[in-house]
Ligand binder design. Structure first.
Ligand code: KG4
Ligand code: ZN
Length: 361
């Protein structure tokens, strides 16, 4: 009988410094005993994107505090852990190093096993943490830094079916908000405006829908939005409230159409999935979520979206992925390296571009 495992998880690959404690008894649902996330939005707000040096310094200053807080919130000590899981990539290298060095220090001092985790695996395995989903399932990661379809066959077995060849959709939402004078993060602001807009007034492109496969592109949409905005301004010397709403609605409809059609293709090409799961901040968008729910229903599979706090960056997913890898016998030594790029599917062609939140896998 496998043992009950309690893992400390650490995450610092982007702009959230996070630590969490997760416990799993075989045959039972995993328990998140604590999950601490310290965001850095305020530190980067003035720069319009994450500044790697600022992020790295903030992670280095905060990671040990996050660990202390996570242990205290769980009511446990380091000595009561069975292992330490840490994001070892992909991400902004200075940031990744902060948690990796902290985890190595803790492992060296306590003798606890150390498990390096791929950040994307953390996202991809979250539906097992939240809902006990069985393999194989289809996952769409869609956030400010990620956009890819993954077929998840096991804790270390992934096939990337396609992804963005340039920007992530969250980035496009953020850029759209910026171009229209709306606040950051752009996604929720654009969604609010779009709710009262006409999605048919502006004809935005649906990039790559004319090509087979599941690859996507969102950078052209930003340019289309800029042109449409400038067209209205040239005509009327300004944007009315309704112009802005219609631009947001048209943009959002284009993103939703692309994600829905590519999801439909991914599901059609991979029958027998236990579910279609999403993760990432963009999955919070109610219009996009409704479209993806319909696509899953049409394919005859359940749709699953973990709670938002577990869809976005956190360390509970890292602790959980660490437990899954540990159960497969995986251990890392103190020579564990931080990796800026680390594709989950080593056989897939490398992806192009690097989002505002750093290198994509
Ligand atoms: O997963 P996340 O918190 O961070 C990473 O990118 O890793 O995702 C943040 C992204 C931002 O780009 C934000 O604008 C977008 O998710 N987002 C949304 C919505 N809420 C957040 N995009 C569209 N609609 C939303 N309601
Ligand atoms: Zn992430």
């Amino acid at each position: 009988m496998a043992q009950t495992l309690t893992f400390l998880g650490l995450e610092s690959s982007c702009d959230d410094t996070a630590a969490a404690v997760v416990r799993h008894a075989p045959g039972e649902a995993p328990q998140i005993l604590s999950s601490v996330v310290a965001g850095q939005e305020a530190l980067h707000a003035a720069f319009g994107g994450v500044v790697p040096e600022i992020a790295a310094r903030a992670h280095a200053e905060r990671i040990d505090l996050a660990v202390e807080e996570a242990l205290a919130a769980a009511g446990l000590t380091l000595g009561q852990m069975d292992g330490i899981a840490v994001t070892a990539g992909p991400g902004l290298i200075g940031g990744v190093l902060a948690a990796v060095m902290c985890a190595k220090g803790l492992a060296a001092a306590t003798g606890l096993p150390l498990v390096g985790v791929n950040h994307l695996a953390g996202h991809a395995l979250t539906p097992r943490l939240t809902d006990g989903l069985d393999y194989p399932y289809l996952m769409l990661l869609v956030s400010g830094g990620h956009c890819q379809f993954l077929r998840v066959d096991g804790p270390e077995t992934y096939a990337r079916l396609g992804g963005t060849i340039d920007d992530a959709p969250g980035e496009a939402f953020d850029k759209t908000a910026k171009l229209l004078g709306l606040p950051q993060p752009g996604g929720p602001a654009v969604e609010r405006e779009a709710a009262q807009g006409d999605p048919r007034r502006f004809a935005f492109p649906r990039p790559l829908l004319d090509r087979p496969g599941c690859d996507m592109s969102f950078s052209g949409l930003k340019t289309a939005l800029l042109r449409a905005r400038d067209g209205v301004i040239a005509e009327k010397s300004g944007l009315t409230v309704q112009d802005r709403r219609d631009l947001c609605a048209g943009f959002q409809a284009a993103v939703a159409d692309v994600l829905a059609e590519k999801s439909r293709r991914a599901l059609a090409a991979h029958p027998g999935m236990t579910a279609f799961a999403v993760a990432g901040g963009v999955a919070a968008n109610t219009v996009i979520r409704a479209r993806l729910t319909d696509v899953a229903a049409a394919a005859g599979v359940p749709f699953l979206a973990p709670p938002l706090r577990l869809c976005t960056d956190n360390a509970a997913m890292i602790a959980w992925a660490g437990i899954e890898r540990f159960r497969l016998g995986h251990r890392d030594g103190l020579d564990l390296s931080a990796r800026p790029r680390w594709p989950l599917d080593q056989s897939a062609a490398p992806m192009l571009g690097a989002g505002k939140k750093g290198a994509k896998a």
